[in-house]
Structure formats: structure tokens, C-alpha cells
Design a protein around this ligand. Structure first.
Ligand code: FBP
Length: 546
């Protein structure tokens, strides 16, 4: 692999570990836990993995460890730092016993089912230390959910004499990790399953998980680009930039970038839902800011739009719910019809109110909502051009206002989508350290015989030395939700908390940002230099832990 100068220097970086993980480790167990909701149902569904205690690692004495082999899977969307989780895992598992072997299943959970794997030797992983991407073993979105898949997986785990499997994924993948842990425990197969909290979206967090890895680096990457766009906009003074931000349902990424860059407008989907705003009301709010700035002679600006917005507009949300059920029950009947026939089929099967909403949507958006889902049943919001939809509607409204004499300025828009360009960035110091620590924690959970746990590292706003590592039972984070027309046990997704400090800090300033040009230019991620720059955490994390 040919390497850039940065890659060569970065390879030498030694991730910092919490004190408790720096030498021999012992485990401290807390009291039994309960799920966040639907306690009786979750307990019934997970009899072997429900109610286990929280665990924390503290300094201990070294004991000889029994030999074991470990498998690892990268699941779902890429997030900076995944390679470091694997490096931490491999280093720690090899330290437990030099004859231990670690196998990576290729291209996501599908690699386990289809028996595609490779051994991860120290030499091989050495090439990937502190690098972004998931290309070490690839990733995929195959959903592990059927007994046939679990049994196919078990075949290869037995063949390779693997006693523990680590699944590095988001909320859906960790939910499936827990189902798999329960199944293997029920069958007494002697295979432990451990999860690791990954996703740039930042929505896998709760009282036990402070942040999902990748959020720090991805948002820093986006902030550099937003800052550059803001400066361009303030230099040319002729464009309104509409920037769609990745992040699936939650608006954590958009909010973090707003806190760092102070754009003129940032829409928060969770607020749109809470205030029951319509698409027209959102458009009107943006147009008002455009008109207000134009009155000051500022015919330019920057708008951040979370990619999940469309699902949170209550009328569209209700439509999606009904379309999900329709797709689950009758998808096969209309999936292969031509566009026109499909539209007619859907319209004739929807309730009156939802059919009316469906009819108002541009054809491409309507098609996206009615058909394509990822394997976990999520609407593929990254593919919907919400930023264009909004700017077109703003333009139309401003045209009307112009005729009425209410708008005298000039409006020209440019569109961007910031998503994929942040998912494989070279991990920030925070993510490099955090991920390596998660990998070592996963190894320690395995060494201590745990299954159905997610590796966690807490106290992450303190110095790395003071971070606390341990594990949280996955069932503790679960509740029952409707998915693909069925009630299912799932990890509760963390949306932006409208009573939380990050949102409140944003609300306290947004009026000023809309009117003035209060941009901040964060610049690129720094890997060396003053700690205030290269070791800083996200604003979200800082505000949540103040
Ligand atoms: P995960 O939840 O798997 O981490 O995925 C994150 C994400 O980047 C979302 O923000 C985005 O909506 C989605 O993946 C895009 O999916 P794909 O990579 O399949 O296009």
C-alpha cells in the first residue's frame, strides 16, 4: 500500500489508554440492571442476558489466561477509528496469550454467514494503525436475525475454534449482537458476543455510552468544510449555501457543526417534530431569514439541513409509518410495477390524510419514501435531496414575496451534501485513543467470560488517564419499538434532547447568527500541536458533561 506523508507519520502514533487498562486488569461488578423500558417483555425475550451488572475495569494482578480465538466484524456505515478498535482488540488478545488467533469476517455480518474471513496478524493490522476507513476487512449491512444465519455462523466459529465474537456497529447491529449472544447462550454453544458502539451519527449514546466512535472525527471534518464554505460565502456575498448533513434520523451532527461554525440557520429535526411544523412553515422561516439579511444588504448565507428532516415533519412521518407497514405487507405486490402503476397502487392503499401528503411530494422523494429501505428497514435519507427541495421552495416563496414588495433582495442557491467525505477520515486523537481503548475493553470483557455486553469507555472529557473502561449489558439499553410493521426489541436510539445543554446553547444564539454574519472557521483536524487544538472533544460532549 503506497502511503502519504501524513499516513507514515501517523502510523507511529501510540494511542493513549486509560490508567486502568495500562497493565493487568480486574473486573468490578455493579448491581443487576434493567432495560430502559418494557422490562417484562425484554426479560422474557432475553432470559440469559437480562439483568446482568454493569462492569468496570480496575488495576489488578496478572494471571495466566486460557488460550482463545476471537472473531471480529465491522457492521454498517464506516466511522473513523474502526481500525483502531481492531488494533486494540488484537494487541490485547495477543497479550492475553501469544498463541491466541483473531479472525476478521469480511464485508460485514455477511462474512460470518458466508464463511469469508481472514486471520488478523500483528503484521497485517500494523498497516492500518490510526487510519480511517473500514477497508482492513470491509463492512456491510447484512442483518443477522435468523436462526439459519446464527447456525451458519456457529459452523465457522466452531471450525476456527472461536470462543468470542466482537461486533463493531451502531444501534441496529448491537441489537442483533445481543440477539445472537442470547441465542448462543441458550444453545450453550460456548461463544461470547460483545458489541462496540460505532456510528458517526452520534445516536448510540445514553447514560452508559458517552459517545459513539467516529462522531468526533466526522464532525470535525464537516466543520472544516462548512467553515470554508462560510468564508467563501462571506467573500463572494452572492450565494445561499444549503448543506445537507448526514446523520440519519438524529440531528446530532448538524447541531454539533452549528455549535462549532455558527451558520445563519440550522434546522433540528427533533424540534420540527416537537413543534409539529409543516414543510411550508420551515420554508417560511428560512425565507424570513433570507429577506431579513437581504434588507441589511447581505444576499448570502449558510443553512444546515439534517438529512433525516423529512421523516420528522409530522405529516410525512405519519405517511412513512403507513408506508412501512404497506411495504412490509404488500411490497411484493407493487415493487415490480412501473412507476405510474406503483404510485396508483400506493395511493389507493393509503389512508385519506396520508394519500394527500403523498400527492404533494415531488415524484423522486415520494418514490424514495415508498420503496427503498436499508436491510434494517430505515428510509435511505442520504439519497433524498432535502436541501434542494427546501431551497426550491424558498425560492418560489421569495418570488411571491418579491411581487408583493416584501422581498427586494437577490436569492441564488448552491447545494452540498456532507456525508461520505467524513466517514473515513483519519481519526482525530480523541477517536484514535477512544477506539483503541474500546478494543482493549472488548478483549477484557472476553477474558472475563462476559457475553451480551457492549464495551464502554467513560469520563471522556477528562484526561485519557482518567477515562473509565468497562462494559454495559446490551439489554439494559433496550425497549420495544415498531419496526417494519412488527413490535421488536431494539436499542433505544438517542435523538437530540430539546432540554439538553447542546440544543439550549444553540437556541440562545441562533437569532443573532441568522441576522449577523457570526461565522467561525474551525480549520482542519490537527494531529500534533497545542492540546487545546488537537485533543479537543466535540462541543456536544463538553456541554453534556459540564
Ligand atoms: P450507521 O448507522 O451504520 O453507522 O450508518 C451511518 C450512515 O452514515 C448514516 O448517517 C447514513 O444515513 C447511512 O449511513 C448511509 O448509508 P449507506 O452507507 O448504506 O449509504
Amino acid at each position: 500500500m503506497e502511503k502519504s506523508a501524513l499516513q507514515k507519520e501517523r502510523a507511529a502514533y501510540r494511542p493513549k489508554l486509560p490508567k486502568a487498562l495500562q497493565g493487568a486488569v480486574k473486573i468490578e461488578e455493579g448491581t443487576p440492571t434493567q432495560s430502559v423500558d418494557n422490562k417484562d417483555e425484554i426479560k422474557k425475550l432475553f432470559p440469559h442476558t437480562y439483568g446482568m451488572p454493569l462492569v468496570e475495569f480496575v488495576k489488578g494482578e496478572s494471571h495466566p489466561s486460557k488460550r482463545l480465538n476471537v472473531g471480529v466484524i465491522l457492521s454498517g456505515g464506516q466511522a473513523p477509528g474502526g481500525h483502531n478498535v481492531i488494533c486494540g482488540l488484537v494487541d490485547a488478545v495477543k497479550q492475553l496469550h501469544p498463541d491466541n488467533h483473531i479472525y476478521g469476517f469480511l464485508m460485514g455480518p455477511g462474512g460470518l454467514v458466508d464463511h469469508n474471513y481472514m486471520e488478523l496478524t500483528p503484521d497485517f493490522i500494523g498497516e492500518y494503525r490510526n487510519t480511517g476507513g473500514f477497508d482492513m476487512i470491509g463492512s456491510g449491512r447484512t442483518k443477522l436475525e435468523t436462526v439459519e444465519q446464527f447456525e451458519k455462523g456457529y459452523e465457522i466459529l466452531r471450525q476456527l475454534d472461536i470462543q468470542a465474537l466482537v461486533i463493531i456497529g451502531g444501534d441496529d447491529s448491537n441489537t442483533n449482537a445481543c440477539v445472537l449472544a442470547e441465542y448462543y447462550a441458550e444453545k450453550n454453544y460456548g461463544v461470547q458476543v460483545i458489541g462496540c458502539p460505532k456510528t458517526i451519527d452520534g445516536d448510540l449514546k445514553n447514560d452508559q455510552i458517552e459517545a459513539s466512535f467516529g462522531f468526533d472525527t466526522a464532525t470535525k471534518t464537516y466543520c472544516e468544510l462548512i467553515g470554508n464554505i462560510e468564508r467563501d460565502s462571506n467573500s463572494a456575498r452572492k450565494y445561499w449555501h444549503f448543506i445537507k448533513m448526514m446523520g440519519r434520523s438524529a440531528s446530532h451532527i448538524a447541531l454539533e457543526c452549528a455549535l462549532q461554525c455558527q451558520p445563519n440557520i440550522c434546522i433540528i429535526s427533533e424540534e420540527v417534530e416537537a413543534k409539529d411544523l409543516t414543510l411550508n412553515e420551515i420554508v417560511e422561516q428560512i425565507a424570513e431569514a433570507v429577506a431579513m439579511r437581504a434588507a441589511d444588504g447581505n444576499n448570502f448565507g449558510v443553512v444546515l439541513v439534517p438529512e433525516g428532516l423529512i421523516e420528522f415533519i409530522p405529516a410525512i412521518g405519519r405517511l412513512i409509518q403507513e408506508l412501512n407497514d404497506l411495504l412490509a405487507q404488500h411490497g411484493a405486490e407493487y415493487r415490480h410495477l412501473d412507476d405510474e402503476a406503483q404510485r396508483a397502487y400506493i395511493l389507493s392503499h393509503l389512508s385519506k390524510a396520508n394519500a394527500a401528503t403523498f400527492e404533494t411530494l415531488p415524484e423522486g422523494v415520494a418514490r424514495q419514501l415508498s420503496l427503498d429501505r436499508d436491510p434494517h428497514g430505515n428510509v435511505q435519507v442520504s439519497l433524498i435531496e432535502t436541501e434542494r427541495l427546501l431551497s426550491d421552495m424558498v425560492e418560489a416563496l421569495l418570488d411571491t414575496w418579491k411581487k408583493e414588495g416584501r422581498f427586494t433582495g437577490h436569492f441564488a442557491s448552491i447545494h452540498h451534501f456532507l456525508g461520505y467525505e467524513g466517514r473515513c477520515a483519519c481519526p482525530s486523537n480523541f477517536d484514535a485513543d477512544y477506539c483503541y481503548s474500546l478494543g482493549v475493553s472488548a478483549a477484557q470483557l472476553i477474558a472475563n467470560g462476559k457475553t451480551g455486553y457492549m464495551a464502554v469507555v467513560k469520563n471522556t472529557t477528562a484526561d485519557t488517564d482518567e477515562w473509565k473502561a468497562g462494559g454495559v449489558p446490551i439489554t439494559m439499553m433496550m425497549n420495544i419499538e415498531r419496526r417494519n410493521g412488527e413490535m421488536k426489541p431494539v436499542i433505544r436510539k438517542a435523538l437530540v434532547d430539546l432540554n439538553g445543554k447542546p440544543f439550549k446553547t444553540f437556541v440562545a444564539q441562533r437569532k443573532r447568527w441568522a441576522r449577523e454574519t457570526a461565522y467561525i472557521y474551525p480549520g482542519p483536524i490537527q494531529y500534533w500541536g497545542p492540546s487545546s487544538v488537537c485533543d479537543s472533544t466535540t462541543k456536544t460532549l463538553q456541554l453534556e458533561h459540564e
